[in-house]
Design a protein around this ligand. Sequence first.
Ligand SMILES: [Zn+2]
Ligand SMILES: [Zn+2]
Length: 248
Amino acid sequence: MFYILFVPLTAITWILFFEYLPRLFGPQMKRLIIPGRQSTKTSKKEYLLSAMNLLVFTGFGALLDFLKSAELTKFYFEIEFTWTSLLYLPASLFLSLFIHDLFFYLSHRFLHTAFMHKYIHVHHHQSHTINAWATFSFHPIEGCIQISIVCWLPLLLPIHPVIHGIFTVFMLFMSVYGHSGYELRAKKAPIFNAFNTSFHHAQHHQYGNYNFGIYLNFWDRLFKSNHATYEDGYKHLREHINGSKGVE
Ligand SMILES: [Zn+2]
Ligand SMILES: [Zn+2]
C-alpha cells in the first residue's frame, strides 16, 4: 500500500509547489512568469477536474500496489554490485523517460483527433491561460491514459522501485511545470534547446494543434508540429526574463 498514496500526493505536492512558488522562493519568482500566459484565477472546473483526477491517480496507484503484491510486475529489489547492474539503474531511468516521451507525444496526438478532442481533450483546452491547477484539469478518461504509464513501465521492463519513484516524481514535476506559467529555464544554454520548456506547453494551450511533446523537442521537430513562432517567441521570452541583453 505505497503507490495508492505516493502517486496522488506527489501530484498535489507539485501543484502546491508551483501555486506558492513566489511565497516559497521570494517575489522575484514573478519575473519568471510567461507574459499573458499565466491565469491569476483558478476556475471551479479546474479544481473539480483536478480533484477527480487525483482520485484516478489514487486508483492507478492502488492498481500498481496490487500488481506488485501479486508479483505481476518486473520490479526487482536487489542490486548486484556489478558494472552491468549499476549501469542499468541510470539506463532504466533514461529508457523510462524515453518510453514516456514517445507515449505522451503519440497519446497527445491521438487526443487531438476530431472525436477525442470533441468529447475528451476539449476539457483540458478550456484552460486557455494556465496555472498549476490546469495540469490535471482533464476528462477522467484522459487521466487514465496519462497516469497509466506508472503501471506500464514495471509491466514492460525490469525496474528498481527507487528508479520508478524518481521517474514518477520527475514526470509529475514536468507535467505541472509545463502548466505553471513560470519559465524556470530561461538561463539555459542553447544546447539544451533539445528539451521542451514551460513556454512550449503554454503555447500549446494558446494555439491548440501545435507543441505536443513533454520532455524532448525531438518529436515535434520530427513531425513538424512545433508552432512557427516557438523558437522566436522563446528567444524573446529569454531576453525579457534575463534583461534586455539576454543570455547566450
Ligand atoms: Zn492538447
Ligand atoms: Zn496541457
